[in-house]
Design a protein around this ligand. Structure first.
Ligand code: LMR
Length: 334
């Protein structure tokens, strides 16, 4: 490890020579979910590998469960340089002005992880990450989570069953429109506030991959859950571009390797973690889990796929088409 190069780089970044000699470079990685989730485990894996590959010249501090910042604040903190790394869900980039990311929220656009990976591991994914640079943000990787189920305190077998219900969504216009297409009332809310909102009846229900529902104990306050698989929730790992570009090349290379390896890890465990969480919800006996029939699922698709067209002017027809091209999805063939 070329300590001297790191030293010179850090001094160039404005850190005093004494401070650099004494302390490793600290990367604060803030996120909003529990440690025991795909994202939580991947962040911990990145910490382990980053510290190992840099031989301790970099220290990664992971702050899970919104302990440091909530959804909106963490984005601001990254831009201000108060934290160096985040992995917000792809649904949370709209407020930053990168509306194209909401393409990942379009209902039923991915028929499983294989379809998703054609995008996130291909040129379209790369191009989407590149769009963050104009905002001072560097996109490092996509990390998987999973496909969402709908939950509430009453059974959900058809779109009509959520009509008039207040359903919590992330800060995505596509998700708001999706809930409206079901006749529900979308309520945008930070992740850290959802459990209490469900418990107190501020909202009636929500949508989640199973690991998020289970690790936030939402199953304790939701009597019914339906395996609609109606949309995907996953992440972009991001850093402050100025910070990243200012790192000594050797350290940046080591961190890139740590990111590559932790991304492989993240995308390997995501499905399994969600399957395990589903079984844990089932075992808890607190939430009735309903698997819709093919006909019932089709009714959800018919209600939801028109959202693609409706949101075309926001996301951009080109972005939507590029994903259709990758996955072969054809909305006219429902
Ligand atoms: C949510 O707000 O529901 C998710 O984005 C939380 C997360 O980071 O998985």
């Amino acid at each position: 490890m070329k300590i001297r190069a790191l030293f010179i780089g850090l001094v160039a970044m404005g850190l005093s020579a004494a401070a650099v000699a004494a302390d490793p470079l600290v990367i604060k990685f803030s996120h909003v979910v529990a440690n025991d989730t795909p994202k939580g485990k991947a962040a911990d894996k990145f910490k382990e590998l980053a510290e190992k590959y840099t031989k301790g010249a970099v220290k990664v501090e992971v702050y899970p469960n919104s302990t440091l910042y909530k959804d909106k604040e963490e984005m601001e903190a990254l831009q201000l340089g108060a934290v160096q790394m985040l992995a917000p869900s792809l649904a949370k980039f709209g407020p930053l002005g990168v509306k194209e990311f909401e393409v990942f929220d379009l209902p039923y656009i991915f028929d499983g992880y294989d379809d998703l990976h054609k995008v996130t591991q291909g040129p379209v994914g790369k191009q989407l990450l590149g769009k963050l640079e104009a905002r001072g943000i560097k996109g490092l990787a996509f990390w998987d989570n999973g496909f969402k189920s709908l939950s509430a305190n009453t059974p959900i077998k058809a779109p009509e069953d959520v009509k008039g219900k207040k359903l919590r969504v992330q800060s995505s216009k596509v998700l708001e429109e999706q809930m409206r297409a079901l006749g529900a009332i979308p309520q945008v809310m930070a992740f850290s506030e959802v459990y209490q909102a469900l418990q107190t009846g501020v909202v009636d229900g929500t949508e989640n991959p199973h690991s998020n529902l289970y690790t936030q104990k939402m199953h304790e306050v939701q009597k019914h859950m339906t395996l609609t698989d109606h949309g995907y929730l996953g992440y972009a790992v991001i850093t402050n571009k100025k910070f990243w570009d200012g790192l000594p090349a050797e350290v940046r290379g080591q961190l890139e390797q740590a990111m590559k390896d932790s991304t492989e890890f993240a995308n390997k465990i995501a499905r399994e973690e969600n399957d395990k969480a589903l079984e844990a919800v089932r075992a808890s006996g607190k939430t009735a889990i309903y698997k819709p029939t093919d006909a019932e699922k089709m009714a959800f698709k018919k209600a939801l796929v028109p959202v693609h067209k409706k949101m075309e002017s926001r996301i951009g027809a080109e972005t939507i088409q590029s994903i259709y091209k990758d996955t072969g999805f054809d909305p006219s063939k429902l």
